[in-house]
Write a new protein. Structure first.
Length: 110
């Protein structure tokens, strides 16, 4: 199994619960869901999927450079990694992906 495959599996297993736990704590929640939808789209180029899965795997990792439980600082490293990836891939996030992200946040359990 390749590194990309392992990251994809980790993201598919942990992304939904992590994003729900962090709603209101991170400024990039809707973009993260849009990026996730882009990554699982079969029309998305492999290099774009790799960048997205790497950034989202870092976001959901239980241990990272700055622990997430630190008030006001915990998600700064996650945000830096996410926004660096976003600047690279955002042109691949389509309106369909963005609409799916908006619908995700309209669900009653989010």
């Amino acid at each position: 199994m390749s590194r990309l495959d392992r990251k994809e599996q980790r993201v598919r297993r942990g992304f939904r619960s992590k994003i729900i736990r962090t709603v209101g704590k991170i400024p990039f929640a809707e973009e993260a869901v849009g990026a996730y939808r882009c990554a699982i789209d079969s029309n998305t180029p492999a290099h774009v999927k790799a960048a997205i899965f790497a950034a989202l795997a870092y976001f959901i990792a239980p241990i990272d450079a700055i622990p997430d439980f630190l008030l006001a600082l915990g998600y700064t490293d996650d945000a830096a990694v996410f926004w660096a990836m976003w600047r690279t891939i955002s042109g691949h996030v389509t309106e369909v992906h963005r609409e799916a992200a908006r619908r995700f946040f309209d669900q009653p359990d989010v």
